[in-house]
Structures are given as structure tokens and as C-alpha cells.
Write a protein that binds this ligand. Sequence first.
Ligand code: TA6
Length: 293
Amino acid sequence: TKDLNGVGQVVLRNPQGASAQVSLHGGQVTSWRNEHGEELLFTSSKAIFKPPKAMRGGIPICFPQFGNCGSLELHGFARNKLWAIDDNPPVLRPNDSQGKSFVDLLLKPSEEDLKFWPHSFEFRLRVSLAMNGDLTLISRVRNVNGKMFSFSFAYHTYFLVSDISEVRIEGLETCDYLDNLCHRERFTEQGDALTFESEVDRLYLSSRKVIAVLDHEKKQTYVIRKEGLPDVVVWNPWEKKSKSMVDFGDEEYKQMLCVDAAAIEKPITLKPGEEWTGRLQLSVVPSSFCSEN
Ligand code: TA6
């Protein structure tokens, strides 16, 4: 089922009790809970719910620019805009809606937006919750017969973890990455799973379609499946940087990890009438850890 509550949030629910919450503000998923009602996404205790500022946590949409590698605000304007419910959504793949509770949102540029980013686009976002609790986000960006344009994109996903020092990422081994902490210098990841002892801010050039985030304490694994999104951003600000952010609690860096399915290194270019689709499917599965971890 889905219902729009008074604060512009669409709540998706499935019969097993799992739920997801999507805000019309920013098209941002603000909550994803399992069948026991346990929250799976991080939201800062100091998050600012004051439009147009994006709320720190959940899954902000970074579009048409990731980071501040362009002329727009950090991570682009899409996450700071009011989206509309899309009443005539495009037909996606049949299983994109079978047995799922979903909502379709639409973002189009206002006259104001066109002054900053003069490209006529339509951005359709489908957020769906499957019967098994999986959360899927499908973004479709179309060039509405304007001139050719390029953009970078990320699902800026704040996963909730029990203790960052007990988390590891599998699926990025041997991938190259650009290290934001070293002037985006290029390195190659070693053969082991990624673990965390200090600030990490990296862009992995990983065309692998499945990434796993293992939370030792919770004995659960987030499984990230992505299509049309060749890169993965991994970010934890650690103590010093998180203390410098007003909307980030002092110790909260221990309970979060951003693992963003993205298209950044090679921006997406759309000719008039062309469309790009970026799919993200999130699952959470119990994971039995072997004792050596
Ligand atoms: O996730 C990578 C990153 O660009 C970091 O460098 C940091 O700036 C972060 O995003 C900021 O994201 P925020 O949600 O605070 O806009």
C-alpha cells in the first residue's frame, strides 16, 4: 500500500510489515525498515528538516552533479527541489511493479533552474518495496528534445551500521579508485575486503554489479545491486570531519557508512530524445560470519 501523509511523505508498506518512506522534498528516501520495523538507513540526530536543505541521511539523489566538480551546489539541485507525484509513469519492466508497493515521482526544471542548468530534462524516479522487503530505486532521465547535455549522478545512500569499525565491504577488491583525500589520485584496491579505521572518501571505478556491506555486530549484510551505475562512492567522515558538520552528531560517524551507486567518472551524455536509466536494488540478508572476522 502507499499513502501520502500530511508532510509530503509517501509511505510504502508490504503485508509482511516492511516499510519505506519517500519525501516529495528532494525525492529522498528517508526511511527503509525491515519486517520487524528496524530502521536500515542512517538519519543524523541533528538532521535539519528544513527545505530546501537536503536532510542528512536516507538516500539523497545527487543530480545533475555529484560533489562540487561543477558550477552547481554540492551534489546538484535535485535533492533540494520539490518533486511531484507522477500520475502517468512510463511502463518499466513488468517485474518492476508486480507485487510491489511503489510510488512514481517526477522532477522537471523550473524557469529558475533553467537559468543555472539550461537543459530540458524529465527525471522520473520510481521507489518500490518488494514483498521480501527489498527496496528498489529506478531513475530515468530523459533529454526532452533540448540540446545534448551531460550529468553525473549518485544514490547517496546512508546505511545504518552498528559499529563502523566492525563493517567491511566486499566486491571492491582490486578495483581502481580515486581518493578524494589525496587530490583524487588514482590507486588500486588490494585483494582484501575494505575495512574502516579512519576517514574514507573514495570513488571506486567498479563496474561490478553486486557490492556487499557486512555488519559484524548485527550479523547482517546489505546487498547492493546496480545497473547503469558503473561507480561506487565510499564515504565515512570519521570523528574530526563529522564534528565540523552542524547536522552531524559528534559520535554518529560510528553508525553510518555511505556506499553510493553512482555514475561519476564518465558523466552520462544524452542527445535530444535519449534516456538513461539507473537502477539500485537494496536487500538486507542475515550473514553468518566465519570466526576469523
Ligand atoms: O560522499 C562523498 C562526498 O562528496 C563527501 O566528500 C562529502 O562531501 C559528502 O559527499 C557530503 O555529502 P552530504 O550528504 O553532506 O552533502
